[in-house]
Write a protein that binds this ligand. Sequence first.
Ligand code: ADP
Ligand code: MG
Length: 628
Amino acid sequence: MTTVAETSTPPETHQFQAEIRQLLDIVIHSLYTDREIFVRELTSNASDALEKVRHEFLVKPDLPGAQDTLKIQISVDKDAKTFTIADNGIGMTRQELTDNLGTIARSGTKQFLTNAMAAAKSGDLHLIGQFGVGFYSAFMVAKKVVVETRSFASDAEGWVWESEGTGTYTVTPKAGLSRGTKITVHLKDDGKEGATEFAEEWRIKNIIQKFSNFVPFPVEVNDEKVNTVQAIWTRTKNDVTDAEYNEFYKFISNDHEDARYRLHFTSDAPIDIRALLFVPKDSMERFGMGRQDPGVDLYCRKVMIQKHPEHLLPEWMRFVKGLIDSDDLPLNISRETLQDSALIRKLSKVITGRFLKFLAEESQRDPIAFDDFHNTFGRFLKEGVVSDYANREELSKLLRFETSFTEPGKKTSLTEYVSRMKDGQKGIYYINGPSREAIEAGPYVEALRAREYEVIYNLEQIDDFVFDHMNEFDGKPLQSADKGDLDLPPLEAGEGEELSSADADALSGWMKSHYGDRIGSVRASKRLVNNPGLIVTEGHFTATMQRLMAAMKQSGPAETDGKSLTLEINTRHPLIRKINALRTTDEAFAGQLADQLADNAMLAAGLLLDPRAMVERLNKLLNKAAGV
Ligand code: ADP
Ligand code: MG
């Protein structure tokens, strides 16, 4: 007789991807706190699987099984020391099994693991808990995990996935499985790592109580239903407690901390919307996790249409978690048509606008808390300024910067800057630099300081690109202080004798021919006060942008484009007057001084990319100064 051939098929053994092996190593050996989160992770995976199959049935109501009650069944067995969770959701094919439970597709995973391992070594488990480890969290408590699954596809076969979390897993076919996934966790039972508490019915009920009301499907523990499904976003704000909001946030985000901000709003016109949005305390992208996926789900009449759809909200809003529910959406909208739906665009516009307004209100209500938000999520806002033209203005009002008028470490807004502008001040001035100290010691701010103009200190390199995209704020041009065309009102004549304009022209001409292609032009400066010279840029790009572009160049030496650089000289400065005198009496020495002057100015601009020649010359000049 040919009975169940499948049971005699030998298991196929697979290696986990290297990253998963490392992840498992961390999960198994370092994570002992909060082990109960594995219950939430497996439950939310089951819930996701149910959402997916519900959507399939909505789109194709004729599929067999479309009338099933979708639910999650948990059972615990104290004697067998097992925890089992079953769902009649979408299930997995063989390919999906190995793709989903054997590899990590997410970009940035390597970096994440490096960080996670460092956190584990330093004992900072609190931090590591923030990286949701999903399915693999089962290995915190398991000596063996068995996954039995059959995909919803009508011709799908059943498969069993099994692993002890050490390097390999096996996959074996199995007949007779019904649609969905059943995961059996064989609990560790030895010594201090023992986890048999998770085979206690009261313990599991207790854990599930905390979040199961947010699971949109019935959850049963040993055949007893433990939750009443609630869509808290459909209740009025005053009826929902902080504790409920926080538990809900933790459920949808897998965060272990409360959210930083929460926005719960409803609107009936122009479209029906119920939205519940959260801003986490921390940004996952800060931990080097790579680019985050969007975190807002789309619902229609309390039923999830899609989890974390792309293109629902602008990309810069990907740090926001939550959901949007609209009665106006067709329930069976297909995921493909989602993104070109006019309704979705309208939803997106209303919600983004409301969220920006909310942030503006928060910045007024509690500026200190808002600064903290800005420190963590400011770069998303900046990304928005660059990529989301429709919301550029509102976003730019939320940006904060240090300036020459703020105390170190304190920040101000562009709106406040504008309110402080001097009579006759034409632009909003900024300069990029690695630190406040470096900027203030450099030559660029002195002309502005002499006129008592405020200067924004761009301490992040991307800031120049952001300002470049904005171009202006409140009708005032944004101008980098290292640009050649700063149109500043004249200052009263400063101290000291000045070269005649004929001498200044002759000196500039001599210097330009001495520099050749390294410097595009040389001219007498209207802005310098104390420094002998400075480099300004004539083209579109600031020095910082040029430096970044040079660094990103794929091949060849990192060079800046000399043609776009102008050396401005301070014709009142004794050194400049000395060079002018020397160029007729000791041209070689004048040349050395001119070269050093240009390199010093390049250094201050951050554009001296190869200092070797400069150091050699400096040594010669030192010898000369010391008379050796
Ligand atoms: P995430 O849920 O963030 O995608 P997990 O590690 O929790 O990451 O799960 C990995 C993947 O395994 C899921 O994306 C899903 O494709 C699959 N998976 C896990 N549990 C189930 C389940 N109960 N039913 C179907 N697929 C599942
Ligand atoms: Mg998951």
